[in-house]
Design a protein around this ligand. Structure first.
Ligand SMILES: [Zn+2]
Length: 52
C-alpha cells in the first residue's frame, strides 16, 4: 500500500479523516491510533490505541 492509499481510509468510528504518521493512522477526533502492521492498517476500533 502506498502513502496515498492511506488518505482514502476513514476512521471506522467517526468516519473522519485520518492522519498518517509513522506506523499508525491517527484520528484526532476520537483520540485513537490505528496501527499499521506489515503495511496493512488495522482499522478496528477495539484494536486502536488511545492517543497520549
Ligand atoms: Zn474517529
Amino acid at each position: 500500500m502506498s502513502k496515498k492509499q492511506y488518505d482514502i481510509l476513514a476512521c471506522p468510528k467517526c468516519r473522519g479523516d485520518l492522519e498518517h504518521k509513522d506506523d499508525a493512522l491517527i484520528c484526532y477526533k476520537c483520540k485513537l491510533k490505528y496501527m499499521i502492521k506489515n503495511g496493512i492498517p488495522l482499522m478496528v476500533v477495539e484494536e486502536a490505541k488511545p492517543l497520549e
